[in-house]
Design a protein around this ligand. Structure first.
Ligand SMILES: NC(=O)c1ccc[n+]([C@@H]2O[C@H](COP(=O)([O-])OP(=O)(O)OC[C@H]3O[C@@H](n4cnc5c(N)ncnc54)[C@H](OP(=O)(O)O)[C@@H]3O)[C@@H](O)[C@H]2O)c1
Length: 320
């Protein structure tokens, strides 16, 4: 079969022949892949830099996707850590880690949206006791996951949704998706740092932060939020999800003492596989119903090398 194959962590996957993987367990089936999303997580898998990487090569990347099973059903699937990923004509899926899509579902939209959407869906439903009427700050709201977080916070009934990011143009589109306020983060475009902008006044009453940035913007934002808080006893849950601005962030000790700040993470490991799988049906149903605006760009798998070199706001979905 044809697949996107990584033979060296230093270069993009190539479209080439690869052996068809063989189902091994009793719940494994071979599916014909219809669509697989090129998420940041897949890029870090393909460079060997993700924390789950074992360094094994060759590797077909792709952590999730939509495929047609031997029984004809079209399924969204999530793969375990494997070297035979979704960016191939065929892949092996454990049916327990998949869900049959409703007939109305658009496979491209599902493949594009599930990974970015799951980040905040699971964070708000599994890593905090979020309740309708609470206020949410999305730090790094201009990416695919951030835009989904705005929409998901809205869908789950957040009262105030503050969207913060460094890209003014994309930020301006977020009120149409549910943001009640936007904050343009400032900073040094050379170093990629973005500081807290005017977060302080806008975020005094925030209950939950969904943080895709980390790095210096997170340090600046923690200080700004804690300082702005009228009631420092009001719980503030900071959910760390992505680190596009840096893998580490300094947390001032005073911030932890002066406010009821709790920092947690949400991702593979901090949320168990069983919990992640339990959230799939409800989120798939929302996406299939068209609840969220999804910005997908279908691209033939044969163009994988060009796709890898492409950056931009749309989520690339490879189609074998
Ligand atoms: N833990 C989980 O469950 C989970 C799930 C999905 C995603 N994630 C993580 O979440 C992050 C975002 O994913 P994504 O799918 O949204 O990626 P994406 O679509 O590529 O978006 C990334 C966004 O980050 C912005 N950005 C980059 N550096 C920045 C900085 N220094 N300050 C402010 N904004 C900056 C970019 O905006 P510009 O236009 O300004 O460049 C871009 O819009 C990634 O780290 C990903 O791995 C985690």
């Amino acid at each position: 079969m044809k697949a996107a194959v990584v033979t060296s962590f230093g270069r993009a996957p190539r479209y080439q022949e690869f052996p068809v993987p063989t189902p091994a367990g009793p719940d494994d089936v071979l599916v014909d892949v219809i669509a697989a999303g090129l998420h940041p997580r897949v890029r870090s898998q393909a460079t060997g830099s993700h924390y789950t990487s074992t360094g094994e090569l060759p590797l077909v990347p792709g952590i999730d996707g939509v495929g047609r099973g031997p029984d004809g059903s079209v399924r969204y699937f999530v793969l375990p850590d494997t070297t035979t990923g979704a960016m191939a004509e065929q892949t092996v899926v454990d049916v327990r880690r998949s869900i049959v899509l409703p007939e109305t579902a658009d496979p491209i939209a599902v493949a594009a949206a599930m990974n970015p959407a799951m980040s905040s869906w699971i964070a708000l439903r599994r890593r905090t006791t979020f309740q309708a009427g609470q206020n949410v700050l999305v730090l790094g709201a201009t990416g695919n996951a951030g835009q989904m977080a705005v929409q998901i916070a809205h869908r789950l009934g957040a009262a105030q949704i503050i969207a913060a990011g460094r890209n003014g143009e994309r930020l301006a589109a977020l009120p149409a998706l549910g943001a009640t306020d936007t904050v343009l983060l400032g900073g040094d475009s050379e170093s990629g740092d973005s500081e807290s902008g005017d977060l302080g006044s806008a975020t005094a009453e925030v209950d939950v932060v969904i943080d895709y940035l980390w790095g210096r913007p997170a340090t600046a934002a923690i200080t700004a939020l804690v300082t702005a808080r009228a009631d420092r006893g009001r719980p503030l849950t900071w959910i760390q999800i992505g680190s596009v601005a840096g893998p580490t962030a300094e947390i001032p000790s005073a911030a932890l003492r002066a406010a009821r700040l709790q920092v947690v993470g949400s991702g593979q490991g901090s949320v168990g596989a069983r919990e992640i799988l339990a959230e799939l049906p409800s989120l798939v149903a929302e996406i299939a119903d068209g609840t969220f605006v999804v910005d997908a760009r279908p691209t033939p798998l044969a163009d994988v090398e060009n796709a890898w070199a492409t950056s931009g706001s749309q989520r690339i979905v490879l189609t074998p």
